[in-house]
Design a protein around this ligand. Structure first.
Ligand SMILES: [Zn+2]
Length: 361
């Protein structure tokens, strides 16, 4: 009896000591880092449980400041954040280069091998009513301004409109940035998780729809009725998809296959104009180059979605790919690769229209 009593007493004392230590530690920085340590899948709140094959290295309900700073530390979202953040900056750089080609005086940028501009576009000067000269170019309403020494300015076709190209670049940047933000901050709270997840999926739909603008616009530039019909159809389907994806009911993990199917359907809605375009431009030599790039894009997206849905390779060795190599990271890289392939195809279309206008259609 006496021994049991003293043991109990001892335990009480020990607990008291532990509590004192914890209270002491709570005022130091040490506890904040321990409090926001990475956790396992089982320790996650229900709404964050999405992929049971990723076993650990989760951030769970971290304050926003910690979540923001976690961009520089290792956890199972680090590569997801950076793959699309780097993709965003690549597309931002591309956009600035193209804007620069429109805006800056000839000679500021060296001539680039993939330059979109026809001969005169670089000659626009910031000093000479920039906006009034760039706007018609963006809209494709004007011949490219020609340099005084240009041989036959009047024989050149009007420059193709630039705006469809910028719609695609803007859509891609929106998608990549919202995805990055989602992966960075979704660990904060249930509310933010739901909100950012919806934004992430809506971003993918926006990117798919904006991707259709350059090919449809340039291929059907000289068939305004088809151009309008296809752009209107794709935009309406896109708006429908965005509205569906923003609905709270469809954001949960259970609906992953449904969302993947929706994206595939959205992507497939380009099939009709694509087949039409292939037939309409059967003799155009640049068709093969454009088709090759678009084929690479389609392959990237389809393989990416298969990884995303299949959760391969983590399903084969749960826990082994928590930090690097899991399906979502592969999906992200393939999304960026697909978007870049589509950008290359867009350049082919734009160069084609800059060169031939509607003369050969
Ligand atoms: Zn993602």
């Amino acid at each position: 009896m006496v021994v049991e009593y003293s043991e109990e007493e001892f335990e009480k004392l020990n607990n008291k000591k532990k509590m004192m230590m914890m209270m002491k530690n709570s005022s130091s920085d040490d506890v904040s880092s321990r409090e926001y340590a990475l956790v396992t899948y089982e320790e996650l709140p229900e709404y964050m449980k999405d992929n049971e094959f990723i076993r650990g290295h989760y951030r769970s309900e971290w304050p926003l400041s910690h979540a923001f700073l976690s961009i520089f530390s290792w956890h199972n979202e680090t590569i997801n954040i950076w793959t699309h953040m780097i993709g965003f900056f690549v597309f931002l750089g591309i956009t600035l280069l193209h804007l620069g080609q429109l805006a800056l005086v000839d000679g500021f940028f060296p001539s680039l091998p993939w330059s979109i501009s026809s001969s005169g576009v670089n000659n626009i000067s910031f000093n000479h009513a920039f906006f009034f000269r760039v706007l018609p170019l963006l809209l494709g309403q004007e011949h490219p301004p020609s340099s005084p020494e240009s041989d036959s300015p009047s024989s050149a076709p009007p420059a193709a409109a630039r705006w469809p190209f910028f719609v695609f670049l803007a859509g891609s940047m929106f998608c990549l940035l919202s995805s990055s933000l989602c992966h960075l901050l979704c660990c904060h709270s249930r509310r933010l998780n739901v909100l950012l997840s919806r934004l992430d999926y809506a971003g993918i739909a926006v990117m798919i729809v904006s991707s259709f603008f350059p090919p449809i616009y340039y291929i059907f530039q000289c068939a305004p009725l088809f151009r309008l019909a296809y752009l209107a159809a794709v935009s309406s389907f896109g708006i429908l998809a965005v509205l569906t994806l923003l609905s709270p009911e469809l954001s949960g993990g259970r609906f992953r296959p449904y969302r993947a199917a929706l994206f595939l359907a959205l992507g497939s809605s380009g099939v009709v104009p694509a087949v039409h375009a292939t037939v309409a431009n059967w003799s155009e030599p640049r068709r093969d180059a454009a088709l090759a790039w678009e084929g690479a894009m389609a392959a990237s997206y389809v393989v990416g979605v298969l990884f995303y849905v299949g959760r391969v390779p983590e399903r084969w060795r749960p826990g082994a790919f928590d930090l690097a190599g899991h399906s979502h990271q592969i999906f992200h890289v393939l999304v960026v690769a697909g978007a870049l392939a589509h950008y290359a195809a867009g350049l082919v279309f734009l160069e084609y229209r800059d060169a031939v206008g509607c003369n050969m259609s």
